[in-house]
Ligand binder design. Structure first.
Ligand code: GLN
Length: 507
């Protein structure tokens, strides 16, 4: 029997088991999450939109089907939060931007369609940096999300809302997207688990594009197994996405259940983890690597010399693609329209709308990208960045001849305070120094908690990277490491997070 006293504390896999045994109903689980959101989200602000009615309606439907004895998907009845970058039919989708305020998409993204087909109630849409540009959610037009570990600190970004919702026990599962680290970095600073699948592993259809050659959707959860269960729901070939991979989904759930690293060769990336990384981040990382050795893995050091150029190349490729992708927000088709006085031309309406609708970081990147793509500069900037991308892929290929997976700290620091980096774009960009190489090469990566940094007592994460379509290896390593770490901690890391003060209202 599962302990059902507080349903919000249970893992998705425990909830799925209890639901299947009919010890609990989806309406009860969904209501518990909605109550928790009502109690703590005033402080956390993980959600931009809460969909109580439709979530309960889905829950009632699943309960009725289960009562009839229908065979249901594993996660049927388990609630989920969806990042606001994914279109949801009939439910607002703003991407954290004023320019999409009031837009209600007429269709579901493939990821959302799969979640619905799996019978999972959608609790609502989570906060994010505007158009997924940022590492702190401070760039959301609707105000930042706060880190449940310390409400004065950022929850990471761009998917800070999803990570915080999961860490604050508002939802057992959430979706994210990762273009340069937006699933993994928030996971690292909130003590949660997040995976960026292989590029092409999860459909991009219906994700509002940031940089199409880098974007990838993935799962966020509190345990490695839960992350795998959601990964399996989200992944798979989709003819609606021309870069979707037509191959079987890697056996992520099976790998997460096994959690075995014996005879596995773990490569520590020399270039990720030295100068600029907080001492406590490095210490927890080194201890985690030692635990993998104790569990039977061998460790080798690998060098990826081109990684030092990854950040620079990314900040040419991403703005170039983003400036082109965001051109469609022209006041004619979606959301906001600002009409200047007098008899404005269409061009003046577009200019006024884009000026009022986009925030400063989005404008910065549109200008950068338009410049990088302009005639005469294209080869010097975009062309050179593409060459760096090739070198990075080559570095990975070489490293994977001596190692089965690569590891590094996920992010250089723990959660920083609001305002710390907002006026210094380069300092903000450096949060993704360890996560960006995998996006440039299209490879899968996971972040899972490695512990609390000594200097500030805040969570930090370890990143695991694997070759394309070997996403299952992330889960083998992740589950083995999680087991070893939890044995050391005497339970999940999140159990050490402070109680949110507003949770008293729950009583
Ligand atoms: N923080 C990175 C950026 O600002 C990553 C964003 C992302 O992965 N969506 O571009």
């Amino acid at each position: 029997m599962t302990d059902l006293t507080d349903l919000t504390r249970l893992s998705a896999s425990a909830l799925a088991d209890a639901l299947a045994r009919r010890e609990v109903s989806s309406v009860e689980v969904t209501s518990a999450c909605l109550d928790r959101i009502a109690a703590v989200d005033g402080d956390v602000h993980a959600f931009l939109h809460v969909a109580s009615e439709s979530a309960l309606e889905t829950a009632r439907g699943v309960d009725a089907r289960r009562a009839r004895g229908e065979a249901l998907p594993t996660l049927a009845g388990v609630p989920i939060a969806v990042k606001d970058v994914m279109t949801t039919r009939g439910m607002p989708t703003t991407c954290g931007s004023k320019i999409l305020q009031g837009w209600v998409p007429p269709y579901d993204s493939t990821v959302v369609a799969k979640i619905k087909a799996a019978g999972m109630p959608i609790l609502g849409k989570t906060n994010m940096d505007e158009f997924a540009m940022g590492s702190s959610t401070e760039h959301s037009a609707y105000g930042p999300t706060r880190n449940p570990w310390d409400l004065g600190r950022i929850p990471g970004g761009s998917g800070g809302g999803s990570a915080a919702a999961v860490a604050a026990y508002e939802a057992p599962l959430a979706t994210g997207t990762d273009t340069g680290g937006s699933i993994r970095q928030p996971a690292s600073v909130t003590g949660t688990v997040g995976t960026k699948p292989t590029y092409g592993g999860v459909s991009r259809y219906g994700l509002v594009a940031l940089a199409s050659s880098l974007d990838q959707a993935g799962p966020v959860a509190r345990t490695v197994l839960d992350t795998a269960l959601l990964h399996e729901v989200m992944a798979g070939y989709d003819p609606m996405d021309s870069t979707s991979i037509n191959a079987p989904v890697p056996g992520v759930v099976e790998a997460a259940r096994r959690g075995d690293v014996s005879r596995l060769r773990i490569g520590v990336v020399k270039e990720l983890g030295g100068e600029g990384y907080q001492a406590g981040v490095r210490t927890r990382f080194e201890e985690a690597v030692q635990l993998l050795v104790d569990a039977g893995a061998t460790v080798v050091e690998v060098s990826c010399p081109s990684f030092v150029y990854a950040l620079a190349a990314y900040y040419l490729i991403l703005p170039s693609e983003a400036s082109s992708n965001l051109a469609k927000f022209d006041a004619m088709r979606y959301g906001l329209r600002v009409t200047p006085d007098g008899d404005p031309s269409a061009e003046q309406v577009m200019a006024a709308t884009r000026d009022a609708g986009f925030g400063p970081e989005v404008k910065r990147r549109i200008i950068l990208g338009t410049y990088a793509l302009s005639s005469g500069y294209y080869d010097a900037y975009y062309g050179s960045a593409q060459k760096v991308r090739r070198l990075i892929a080559d570095d990975f290929a070489r490293a994977f001849t001596t190692a089965d997976v690569l590891v590094s700290p996920t992010a250089p620091t723990t959660a920083f305070a609001f305002g710390d980096k907002i006026d210094d774009p380069l300092a903000m960009y450096l949060n993704d120094v360890a996560t960006i190489p995998a996006n440039l090469a299209g490879l899968p990566g996971m972040s899972l908690p490695s512990g609390l940094a000594d200097e500030d007592g805040l969570p930090t994460g370890i990143q695991v990277l694997a070759p394309a379509m070997a996403d299952d290896r992330l889960y083998s390593v992740g589950a083995a490491l999680e087991r070893a770490l939890e044995a050391r901690w005497g339970g999940p890391l999140l159990h050490r997070a402070p109680e949110l003060t507003t949770s008293r209202k729950e009583a």
